[in-house]
Design a protein around this ligand. Structure first.
Ligand SMILES: NC(=O)c1ccc[n+]([C@@H]2O[C@H](COP(=O)([O-])OP(=O)(O)OC[C@H]3O[C@@H](n4cnc5c(N)ncnc54)[C@H](OP(=O)(O)O)[C@@H]3O)[C@@H](O)[C@H]2O)c1
Length: 435
């Protein structure tokens, strides 16, 4: 590769700190991470303590210094809010720089203006971190699901409200009490309105709808209802009727085709049947269910916020830009992310060294002391047992089922050989892995 890809960070808070930390520690990540170089960083307050140690010469309070630095190829906007974030993104585009942003508020409202400016300037604006934190959903919608006709995108895309709803359901706790706890634990802001009133989820579903259906939607027209008016008694009744209550964001097509294509978008506390894939998404996790033709349903699940997960998504976008640049360096060059080539040798360990938990079932005679003898064989080989149970004791014999803690296959094999040599054990009837 001709040279390093220069990264300029606008913001060094939760997400910016996470990004800097990945760039400072490229070891054991894709080799392209080692080609990224942090050139400059802007913050508001130079004296604030930072979670990452950066050379002081990199730091400035003037975002233009970052954007205009000729060594900066990619500008990463992780300041948040509408302004100056929007203007800085447009400045970066005007300077010919590709942009990576985690800012759903800006993209939901000004995404079209930004996309048009980027297309005119021939640069990219990538937004994987703006929805679902660490969950890859933007690029899958843009690329991996491109062969589908998307019919519906729905999901739990606000971790704070999902945490509150999960605790209300599990503990029968009141909304106000759980919100206070969530604020103390740092899951909810001091001013929680953007989360609990559904505004953050509405930003995100507007972005997902634009990508899924191919046209921008009017963010201000998305019907939005949050969870602040939700009564514990309704969560309880829903539970008794076989439902969980989730703050669901939904975008669906209302016709086969159309110009404009009619869509329905909404954010609303919604009863979800307990056997629905979204019902098991609890705590601060997020999940997005995409329904399309011909794929059917595919669900994306994972941590929806936080420094590490969100930085993972931001760095993925920076790598996409670095890969495109590498591919464009001349004939014969390919994008190293798409080429998926090997970069170092790997070797499988001896199968006896594989460590996991095991489930085993023995057929035994119904003799006194058989459980003790089986347990003893495990203990002598340092195989620690989580549970040992005897079933079906009768004159014809019995079955003993054992679940172990994590052990190596070598240890397990030695213990099994010893157990099968016991006169009261007639055989090993089943041997399964156990998570
Ligand atoms: N936190 C998450 O889990 C998460 C998840 C997904 C998406 N996001 C999005 O990521 C973005 C950043 O969030 P965050 O949680 O990292 O925010 P944050 O912790 O508040 O960090 C914001 C950073 O921007 C800097 N900053 C603010 N205004 C500035 C200005 N005018 N000029 C220069 N620097 C300025 C701040 O400087 P100082 O440090 O000096 O104040 C700070 O370093 C937001 O759009 C957010 O919605 C966050």
């Amino acid at each position: 590769m001709a040279g390093k890809v220069g990264v300029g960070l606008l913001g060094l808070g939760t997400v910016g700190g996470g990004v800097a930390s990945i760039l400072q520690n490229p070891s054991e990540r894709h080799p392209l991470v080692g080609e990224l170089e942090l050139i400059r960083v802007t913050v508001r307050d130079l004296n604030r303590p930072r979670p990452v140690a950066l050379d002081e010469s990199l730091m400035t309070t003037d975002p233009s210094v970052v954007i205009q630095d000729p060594a900066v190829d990619v500008v990463v906007e992780v300041i948040g809010g509408l302004e100056p974030a929007r203007s800085l993104i447009l400045q970066a585009i005007a300077a010919g720089k590709s942009v990576v942003t985690a800012n759903k508020a800006v993209i939901a409202r000004h995404g079209q203006e930004i996309a048009e400016a980027a297309a005119a300037a021939g640069v990219y604006v990538l937004i994987e971190a703006a929805v679902g934190g660490g969950i890859p959903i933007i690029e899958p919608l843009k690329q991996s699901l491109g062969g589908n006709r998307i019919n519906r995108v729905s999901g739990i895309i606000n971790g704070t409200t999902n945490y509150i709803l999960t605790r209300m359901a599990e503990e029968g706790a009141a909304y106000d009490a759980v919100l206070k706890d969530a604020q103390e634990l740092g899951y909810a802001e001091a001013d929680p309105a953007a989360d609990v009133d559904g505004l953050d989820a509405a930003d995100k579903i507007a972005i997902l709808a634009t990508l899924a259906f191919g046209g921008s939607v009017d963010r201000a027209a998305v019907p939005t209802d949050g969870i602040s008016g939700l009564q514990g008694v309704d969560v309880d009744y829903a539970n008794q009727l076989g439902y969980g209550v989730k703050l669901l964001a939904v975008a669906e097509r209302m016709a086969e085709s159309g110009d404009p294509l009619p869509l329905s978008l909404r954010v609303q506390p919604t009863l979800v049947p307990k056997d629905h894939p979204l019902a098991g998404v609890n705590g601060v996790n997020n999940a997005i269910l995409v329904e399309g033709d011909p794929i059917g349903r595919v669900m994306f699940y994972g941590p929806g916020a936080g420094a590490g997960p969100t930085a993972s998504a931001v760095v993925a976008d920076i790598l996409i830009i670095a890969g495109i640049r590498q591919a464009s360096e001349g004939p014969g060059n390919v994008d190293p992310l798409l080429a998926a080539s090997s970069w170092r040798p790997c070797a499988l360990v001896d199968s006896g060294d594989i460590r996991q938990r095991h489930y085993v079932r023995f057929k035994t005679k119904d003799a006194p002391g058989v459980i003790g003898n089986v347990g003893g064989c495990f203990g002598q080989r340092n195989v620690s047992i989580q549970s040992i149970v005897q079933f079906n004791a009768s004159d014809a014999g019995a079955e003993i089922v054992v679940i172990t803690h994590e052990v190596s296959q070598h240890q397990m094999n030695e213990a099994l050989d010893a157990i099968q040599a016991l006169p009261e054990v007639s055989g090993l009837a089943a041997h399964l892995g156990c998570l």
